[in-house]
Design a protein around this ligand. Structure first.
Ligand code: ADP
Ligand code: MG
Length: 699
């Protein structure tokens, strides 16, 4: 591998310096190795030669024909010049059209020579024509046959007459020039044997020039496994290294705080999932290594109580604990619910946010240092250096996707021994993805909602249904319920036709004069926001008009309607989070997705996922299928570059798991990769890091 990666692509037959420069800048291919590992992204079937007379209808796939050109004519002048050729296979004729290279094509193609042409026939005024077909002189021994790979190209390459066919030919030349069967295989033979994977040589040949559909699939499987295996090996090796480096406090004791709350404070039985997760956390806390655990649970699944009980374990062992929330509203809400729970067992809780006054701040600082304050709840204000704990044993971070890795690590530094860290998120990240994104975190999932929750009924409605929607909202309000209305914008500019909060607030106030309407948005002063929120939380206001600031955390069980304006503008995960604000009480709740009349097919599909499912994980998985993992909310900030070439994390879950298990087994047996096999794997990982600059970001 190393040798091939040093072999400049310009020396390959058919390349040369000019094409080499293009390949390097456009596709990142500069060595023999790069070209070998530039895989087709799909295949076309050229096993059949079709007859022109058999063509029927439009929207045909690309297909090939064998025959001769009858005539060539040119039309137009200068840049508009085009070449038309009439082609026959004896059963009928097709017109072929080219819009560039007219002169050179006229010199190349001849009448009377037998060609294979390939392209997509389009029906135009009752005759078929193909624009820019691929044309090869027919030679029985070299004619494209069977499955043919289609390679990625860029606009610039196309402008330089680089087609997928060009790449096919280069790869074919490469497979002639290099004896791929004798290349050292980066995958250990025993793993290949266990998983029934093709050898490197066979896989390289069959991924570029498949001998059959089955071999093409097996070649793809092998390379997916290969990229995932080294990805996982890299992640797990780093995690293991980190774990080995970071000892943690041992919380072995379960005492009065935990037991007292369990006996006197719990107002409902924990769900099975909550119990399981608390067990997983307890095991971490007792292990002697620093806990770095991600707690995933759909909105309303009851993460707060799990976090609280985890904090009680820290307290029972003589340590302090803190919770960091992304917004002031959320921190305050945590403060309220946690103070209430903590009062049962006489535990002191403090709240520190950006708007905490100097006097209170000083008091908190002192109480933290002398240890009389056991639990601190707050926003980013918590990570400021002025905040010093006597002995912070556990840090809980709510809603992970708002915090980066850097902020997490600042929390670690609050002690000479880093505190245990529990990260909570409602962003349901599919398992396959979380394993790769949060490679450094262990994952616990609360996959069960507390009993008695009714799934939210979700509907799509158009602008023309607005009166009907208001009518429905009125009937809910008359029954004493509350409602949220969410807007994509605070104030509209002239250019958009989106609904905005300011206008919406006025319209809704007029429509419902007998109810109190309040509003919150991100540009309000925290105090004012707080005040408006409180009116809604306490039930004095019935309608809350808001932007997405209410997305996370807010808990008003009496709210039964969520109306989302311009729902087409929101991502699926975001819609799911918003919908999670309702359906928290015993009443049937509703989510209404308002859209303009004409929305794109993809958008409609996305919104229909919402109508059909209340399951956050399923929604996230659909989201990933529709948009690809790179776009998933919650992944952008994690600093992960997804440069997997073949693997689709949404659909290749089983292969991810297989590769991960194998990588783990390898590292369990040889943690530092110093054995014979280990050293070779380690070398290959180094090689891969050098190949792809982005790779190193993954750890
Ligand atoms: P989230 O996971 O979205 O943060 P919360 O922790 O805010 O969810 O819990 C949502 C609501 O469910 C709260 O009112 C909480 O008291 C309640 N809850 C939590 N666990 C249970 C349970 N096991 N049984 C009944 N209600 C529960
Ligand atoms: Mg929460």
């Amino acid at each position: 591998m190393t040798d091939l990666s040093r072999l400049d692509i310009k020396y390959l037959k058919g390349v040369g310096p000019k094409r080499a420069a293009l390949l390097a800048t456009e596709l990142g291919i500069s060595s023999y190795y790069d070209l070998l590992y530039d895989f087709p992204f799909r295949y076309i079937d050229r096993s059949q030669v079709y007859t022109i007379s058999s063509l029927q209808g439009d929207s045909l796939p690309s297909m090939q024909f064998k025959g001769r050109f009858i005539s060539f004519t040119t039309h137009g002048e200068g840049r508009k010049r085009r070449l038309q050729a009439l082609f026959t296979d004896g059963t009928g004729t097709i017109e072929m059209v080219w819009f560039n290279r007219v002169k050179s094509l006229l010199e190349t193609y001849k009448t009377g020579v037998e060609y294979i042409v390939f392209g997509q026939p389009k029906l135009f005024k009752n005759t078929y024509s193909i624009i820019h077909p691929e044309v090869d002189v027919y030679k029985p021994e070299t004619a494209p046959r069977g499955l043919v790979g289609v390679y990625n190209l860029t606009e610039k390459l196309r402008n330089h007459y680089f087609t997928s066919r060009t790449l096919q030919k280069l790869v074919a030349a490469m497979l002639q020039a290099v004896d791929v069967g004798s290349l050292p295989d980066p995958l250990p033979p025993r793993l290949r044997a266990r998983r029934g994977l093709l050898s490197l040589g066979e896989a390289l040949r069959n991924i570029h020039l498949p001998a059959s559909v089955e071999l093409m699939q097996r070649a793809q499987l092998r390379f997916k496994y290969e990229e995932l295996f080294f990805l996982e090996l890299n992640i797990i090796k780093n995690v293991k290294g980190r774990n080995a480096k970071l000892p943690g406090f041992v919380f072995s004791h379960i005492g009065d705080c935990f037991n007292g709350f369990y006996e006197r404070g719990l107002r409902f039985p924990l769900t099975g999932a909550q119990k399981r997760v608390i067990k997983e956390i307890r095991a971490d806390l007792g292990s002697g290594r620093q806990m770095n655990r991600l707690l995933q649970g759909d909105v309303g699944s009851g993460k707060t109580i799990v976090a609280f009980m985890t904090m009680l374990i820290a307290l029972d062992n003589g340590f302090q604990a803190c919770i960091m929330a992304p917004t002031e509203i959320l921190a305050t809400q945590h403060y309220e619910s946690i103070s209430e729970m903590a009062s049962v067992i006489g535990v002191h809780v403090g709240l520190l946010t950006g708007s905490t006054g100097k006097k209170e701040r000083d008091r908190l600082h002192a109480a933290l240092l002398d240890g009389s304050l056991q639990i601190l709840i707050g926003t980013h204000a918590l990570i400021e250096d002025t905040v010093q704990f006597r002995n912070l044993g556990l840090a809980v971070i709510d809603e992970q996707h708002r915090f980066g890795v850097v902020q997490r690590s600042r929390l670690w530094k609050k002690n000479s021994t880093p505190p245990h860290v529990l990260v909570m998120t409602a962003t349901p990240i599919p398992r396959t993805l979380s394993m790769t994104v949060y490679g450094d975190l262990d994952v616990s999932v609360i996959d069960e909602l507390p009993p008695g929750r009714k799934p939210v009924t979700t509907r799509m409605r158009y602008e023309s249904d607005r009166q009907q929607v208001y009518h429905f909202l009125g009937t809910e309000l008359r029954q004493g319920r509350q409602a949220y209305i969410v807007y994509p914008l605070i104030e509209s500019t002239e250019k958009t036709d989106l609904h905005d909060l300011i206008n919406g607030y006025e319209a809704v106030s007029q429509e419902f004069p007998h109810y109190r309407v309040v509003y919150v948005h991100g540009k309000m002063k925290p105090k004012e926001k707080q005040h408006q929120m409180e009116l809604f939380v306490s039930g004095q206001a019935q309608i809350l008009v808001a932007t997405t600031v209410i997305e996370v955390g807010v808990n008003v069980p009496n709210a039964s309607v969520m109306i989302i304006e311009n729902a087409e503008r929101f991502g699926l995960s975001q819609l799911h989070q918003l919908r999670g604000r309702v359906g928290r009480g015993a009443d049937q709740s509703y989510c209404i997705l308002m859209t303009k009349h004409q929305i794109a097919g993809d958008t409609r599909k996305r919104l229909e996922v919402m109508v059909q499912s209340n399951d956050g994980f399923k929604i996230a998985e659909e989201d990933m299928k529709l948009r690809g993992p790179g776009d998933m909310e919650g992944t952008q900030q994690s600093g992960v570059a997804f440069n997997l070439k073949l693997t689709n994390l949404a659909t290749d879950g089983p292969i991810v798991e297989m590769a991960r298990n194998d990588a783990m087994a390898v590292l369990d047996a040889d943690p530092a990769l110093q054995g014979q096999e280990g050293r070779r794997l380690d070398e290959h990982m180094h090689f891969l890091r050098g190949q792809q600059a982005d790779w190193s970001l993954i750890s």
